[in-house]
Design a protein around this ligand. Structure first.
Ligand code: F6P
Length: 361
């Protein structure tokens, strides 16, 4: 049994990180009698002059409903560089981090993160250091788990935004466009779009055409609805074109919502407005589901470490938490199946994905 373990949070923050931290500390210090050290600012906290904090049941008291992460996070750093779109893991920082973990007396790590952070965690495992990953991302794009914590809260926020846009769109007979997060996948756009009664959903998995968007707007007009609500994932792209970037060098997506607005105003006599929901989807308190999922993930991660497992990620499969190899979790991202049940249901109730021909789906 480990005497002392470390915990860190990496990548973009997501509602529910503190719920996981609290559950890890309570489980580890309670039943298993381990000490827990919080590593600050993701893996950066175990480089150079290390930044750590002792975590106790008392120090995590009251954090369950809090957004963000009490440990701080980074989604860019020293441990992975992107070369030709692929992560490359430099040798130096990992060796330095392993030496520092030894000095700090940290015998195993629980790492909360998305694909990038968990790929770094896997490098520690490959060097023989015990690691368990916990899947986090509002995008819900991690393979091997049905859900990541943070996603359901993001959907709630995007759905509320759509509800609010609905009434103003209807009052002004406008086209309203809501741009939501989702780098490579359209899970937030799809599920919030269905829950918030969007008329058109644009996702990275289904390139869209403006002809098809216009077809849907006109169809609604013929049926007597002079307004249209569109939800667009930040990574959505027009047929034959690439994603739109707010900052190409930093690979920061953004701009597709306003592009759709501008083009529709040029192509129709309708007024259009765009709202970019951005980091509102990541900030603030987790909903009840994410608090519960995060708590279960945290306790299961400690139990996995205590039972001698390593190189695994806790994952939700068929309503139960299981342990899957980190390599499996990082191998691919989980995209929206374009011929799957949810897309089919959305189409059946009249939602358009604006594929050049909807029958192409
Ligand atoms: O991966 C989560 C995510 O929310 C993406 O959907 C988005 O592109 C990215 O983070 C934005 O990150 P930031 O602006 O914090 O660098």
């Amino acid at each position: 049994m480990y005497k002392q373990i470390g915990i860190l949070t990496g990548g973009g923050d997501a509602p529910g990180l503190n719920a996981v931290i609290r559950a890890v500390v309570r489980t580890a210090t309670g039943e298993f009698g381990m000490k827990v050290i919080g590593i600050e600012d993701s893996f950066e906290g175990i480089l150079g002059e290390t930044q750590t904090v002792k975590l106790t049941k008392k120090s995590v008291s009251g954090i369950l409903p809090r957004g963000g992460t009490i440990l701080g996070t980074r989604n860019r750093g020293s441990f992975a560089k992107i070369v030709d779109g692929q992560p490359v893991f430099p040798e130096m920082p990992i060796s330095e981090a392993l030496a520092n973990l030894d000095i700090l007396g940290i015998e195993a790590l629980i790492v909360l993160g998305g694909e990038g952070t968990l790929a770094i965690a896997e490098q520690f495992h490959k060097r023989g250091f015990p690691v368990i990953g916990v899947p986090k991302t509002i995008d819900n794009d991690l393979a091997a788990t049905e859900l990541t914590f943070g996603f359901m809260t993001a959907i709630d926020i995007a759905t509320e935004a759509l509800d609010r846009l609905h009434t103003t769109a209807a009052s002004h007979d406008r086209v309203m466009i809501l741009e939501v997060m989702g780098r490579n996948t359209g899970w937030i756009a799809l599920q919030a779009g269905m829950a918030g009664s969007a008329d058109i959903i644009l996702i990275p998995e289904i390139p869209f055409s403006f002809e098809s968007v216009l077809r849907k707007i006109k169809e609604r007009e013929r049926e007597g609805s002079k307004f249209t609500n569109i939800v667009v994932a930040e990574g959505a792209r027009e047929v034959g074109k690439g994603e739109m970037y707010a900052d190409k060098e930093q690979l920061r997506l953004g701009g597709v919502g306003n592009y759709v607005r501008q083009r529709l105003e040029e192509m129709t006599d309708k007024e259009a407005r765009c709202v970019v929901l951005g980091h509102l989807q990541r900030g603030g308190s987790p909903n009840a589901f994410d608090r519960m999922l995060g708590t279960n993930f945290g306790a299961c991660a400690v139990r996995a470490l205590a039972s001698g497992q390593t190189g695994k990620m806790v994952a939700l499969q068929a309503g139960t938490i299981v342990n899957v190899p980190l390599s499996e979790a990082c191998a691919n991202i989980k995209t929206v199946p374009v011929d799957g049940q949810l897309v089919r249901t959305a189409r059946d109730i009249g939602i358009s994905f604006a594929a050049p021909k909807e029958s192409d789906l």
